[in-house]
Design a protein around this ligand. Structure first.
Ligand code: PRT
Ligand code: ZN
Length: 288
């Protein structure tokens, strides 16, 4: 392949987004040459150069053109207020930025934060939220271990990232308001040249194929011919199901694609309609 131009992508050096970012690239068929050196890596089968950075720096590096695109949590993107465009939601690194207070305290509503001290790393996001809610509070910026602030008398409440809630729980806190929901997003510099945009388009095409595949399953089943119409209506697939005659008279094999979300519901219906030998297989890539 004639690949002169390389797109530069910034991903987290280590931390919660690292594994999923690398996995996503791998699922897109992109292999990195020196992933272990962890400063810079090159893909040998795709025009991509990977920079490994701290997540907080990624939006600014992309805005400034040091990298062309990047993968970062929306929470960090909104906090840094970097002038970049969000190209695609990646579906991993899901979490929420929430306000939490000591477990024993009563909570009636967001107005309870009036005049209170709130510790957070996300000063800008919290400020915007409180402004929208017309609440005036004292925001204390701390860079790490925000969850211990109320316990040591540094704050009345915290605003921090929550995923399972166990950090809050073990620190005697309860979540009372969601400030924002977040997931990893693909961001891009706003002034990319058409050669870069073409590579992004190729990358996006692959990302979408991977995401689509994860949302769907391939299903194979045997159906009595007199129920074929009903059964194929249940599993319309991408265009229409494949129907092949079985060696056993009066029976057909039906192949189709079903969505993960409705998976069990559909399988139950198919069984009721007389489908037998139902096989469900994961899909690796799916291009619609
Ligand atoms: O070193 P660098 O600056 O690059 O990394 P970092 O330490 O700032 O970030 P990192 O690796 O912790 O998180 C990177 C991104 O992952 C965040 O910006 C979020 O978009 C996303 N993410 C998803 C999370 C979590 N889940 C998460 N649970 N980020 C942080 N946490 C922390 C949270 O701060 C709290 O301490 O996990 C704890 C809460 O988790 P639970 O499961 O106990 O609720
Ligand atoms: Zn960080």
């Amino acid at each position: 392949m004639n690949e002169k131009k390389q797109l530069r992508i910034a991903i987290q050096k280590s931390g919660r987004l690292y594994d999923d970012s690398i996995r996503m690239l791998r699922e897109c068929g992109i292999e990195l040459n020196n992933g272990l050196q962890r400063l810079k890596a090159e893909a040998y089968n795709f025009p991509l150069e990977v920079f490994f950075l701290r997540d907080d720096d990624i939006p600014e590096y992309v805005a400034g053109g040091v990298a062309d695109i990047g993968i970062v949590g929306e929470n960090v993107l909104v906090e840094t207020q970097a002038d970049v465009q969000t190209v695609h939601r990646l579906g991993f690194g899901k979490c929420r930025l929430s306000l939490a207070i000591p477990k024993g305290k009563k909570y009636t509503g967001v107005e309870d934060f009036e005049g209170k001290r709130i510790a957070t790393t996300y000063v800008n996001v919290l400020e915007q939220f409180l402004k929208k809610k017309k609440v005036k509070a004292e925001i204390h910026e701390i860079s790490g271990s925000v969850e211990i602030a109320p316990g040591i008398g540094l704050a009345d409440a915290i605003c921090d990232i929550v995923s399972s809630g166990s950090t809050l729980f073990t620190n005697g806190l309860k979540e009372v308001e969601t400030v924002m929901k977040s997931e990893a997003v693909l961001i891009a510099n706003k002034n990319l040249k058409s050669a870069d945009l073409k590579i992004i388009e190729r990358l996006l095409f692959r990302i979408q194929a991977v995401q689509q595949a994860k949302r769907n399953k391939y299903v194979l089943l045997n159906a009595p011919n007199d129920k074929l119409d009903l059964i194929t209506a249940m599993i319309p697939g991408m265009k229409s199901p494949t129907i092949l005659p079985l060696a056993k008279k009066g029976w057909s094999s039906v192949h189709s694609v079903i969505e993960e979300d409705r998976f069990w519901e559909i399988i139950e219906e198919l069984k009721k309609l007389g489908a037998q030998g139902i096989l469900v297989v994961p899909i690796e890539k799916m291009v619609v």
